[in-house]
Design a protein around this ligand. Sequence first.
Ligand code: SF4
Ligand code: SF4
Length: 170
Amino acid sequence: MAATPAYLALIDQVKKKAKVERQKNKKLFDRLKTDKPKGVDKAFQQVHDEAFAHINCLECANCCRIAQPVFERPDINRVSRHLGMKPKKFIRKYLKPDPEYEYFTRKLPCVFLGDDNKCKIYEVRPMGCRTYPPAKLRLSPEQLHVLYENIGICPAVSEMVDKIKQRFPE
Ligand code: SF4
Ligand code: SF4
């Protein structure tokens, strides 16, 4: 199933907003990467929980539709075992190599996204999916980059970034 009408509208809204606010967001994330203001990790954890207290991923699933999940070796071993496949066969069937990360899925939407918007391999899903969006981790420049890249994809990230902008004004 696609996102619900309300979430389709929300996804469209955050995509447009991210385009309009691109420069402002870039400036914020550049500042967060270089200065890392005191308390920013905790603030992201709080706004993450506030966002997911009302956002329902099962009505959205936009990340599983348009952002390719990364599969690292432990993910491949775990998921292929779960599916009763040899890792090599699993890679041939579902993944393509990437120079920076180990592998991505071949197709979008993710082949493991069910018609009900649930992940068919939820219990064993890749670590990148488990921690997405990575606002509760200790924020490295890499995690900040992932959050920045997902402002126009994930309604939760969009909301978090709006709140972070207010809490950490220029
Ligand atoms: S994590 Fe974000 S993009 Fe993914 S389903 Fe939830 S709200 Fe949507
Ligand atoms: S593996 Fe599951 S959680 Fe990860 S992108 Fe695919 S459907 Fe979504």
